[in-house]
Design a protein around this ligand. Sequence first.
Ligand SMILES: Cc1cc2nc3c(=O)[nH]c(=O)nc-3n(C[C@H](O)[C@H](O)[C@H](O)COP(=O)(O)O)c2cc1C
Length: 400
Amino acid sequence: MTDRRAFLKFLAASPLLAGIPSIEKVLAETTSLQTVDNMIGSAAEALDVFDFERAAHKAIPPAHWGYMATGVDGDETLRANREAYSRYQLRTRRFVDVSKIDMSIDLFGTKFNSPIFMCPVGGQKAFYPEAEVAVARAAKDQGHLQILSTVTSSAVEDVIEARGGPIWFQLYAAMSFDITTKLVQRAEAAGCPVVAVTVDLPAGRNTETATRLRRSDTRTCTDCHSPTGSARSSRPMYNGIDTKGMATNSPSLTWDFIKHLKDVTKMKVLIKGLDTREDAALALEHGADGIIVSNHGGRATETGRATLDALPEVAQEVRGRIPVFVDGGVRRGTDVVKALALGATAVGIGRPYIWGLGAFGQPGVDRVLEILNNELRLAMVGCGARSLAEITASSIVRRT
Ligand SMILES: Cc1cc2nc3c(=O)[nH]c(=O)nc-3n(C[C@H](O)[C@H](O)[C@H](O)COP(=O)(O)O)c2cc1C
């Protein structure tokens, strides 16, 4: 293919043939063939995470794809998250001995091989039957942190067994504190050392793209989804809990909730979904053990700021007293360097590992992690940063 393209380009450039429409046409056709060729047939063929996006799009039914891909309203926050990374460039350093690069990180006393963690994503059976368990096996193989959603489609005990070590639990607080307590205590008993309370969806949202794609799906949803009852309450984490009348969003939650939560668990408590210095200060005041700067991957508040743009003010407010994590739009190892340089302790990915999972199951997730880690390693080499601590504000510059 490459030879054919090179030959056609040579012909097109020839003064004798320049401008002859048939050559242009053949070149255009070759370009589209090239695109088709980019559809990978196995995880090993992937060169970047976007290869998995295409493969997963092909493999996942439209309604499920819509659930994953959607933002809210016109998807502006979703796009902002990604675009923010292109506003920064790396500052290279030379003649540093970069023969050994250490990407490991200690989080609350546990060592992970990489600062890239896998964000909580609900209902992963929508993407691949082995779901969160397949993700846990990949996390185990490569020593990554995995955070499990409250609305996981696999039970926390099964996921921890597959991980062969602790995972963190993400909490959607129920209106009833009794239900919340049961969820949290089950996660703690299963072995989770950390709970991340998600606070960016207090009262519903308008996932317009998901609704459009659902309309284009001709399958009968009730073949798999229960026609009655809330999808959330039928998930494994609610087994054994009386969920009759359970309200799944909690619009009346206030900062006191953090104290109540700390009273019923010994787990470290993170707050997921903050993006201002004011809330960072309040989080510290109320005893949070960490913050995840997140806008739910552009799925919560529309026309919000990119998380990368919000990160510096949160990090400046926190001044290293507790870890500050960030997620949203991370698709390259260079993005990880940029986020760490702006004050993040570690960096979360959501959709990229779901693309890997949806396309190929565990081998897909394995390869997504491998690609991002390889890219991160090369970016650290370029910046002369031998460890994560050596990634500093001077590792990047804002585009002029
Ligand atoms: C399909 C999907 C489901 C999600 N489910 C949850 C969830 O159950 N709990 C939660 O706190 N965040 C959830 N998130 C948000 C992610 O944890 C994370 O914040 C986001 O995906 C990061 O952005 P990215 O997808 O651009 O990497 C979900 C995101 C997606 C795409």
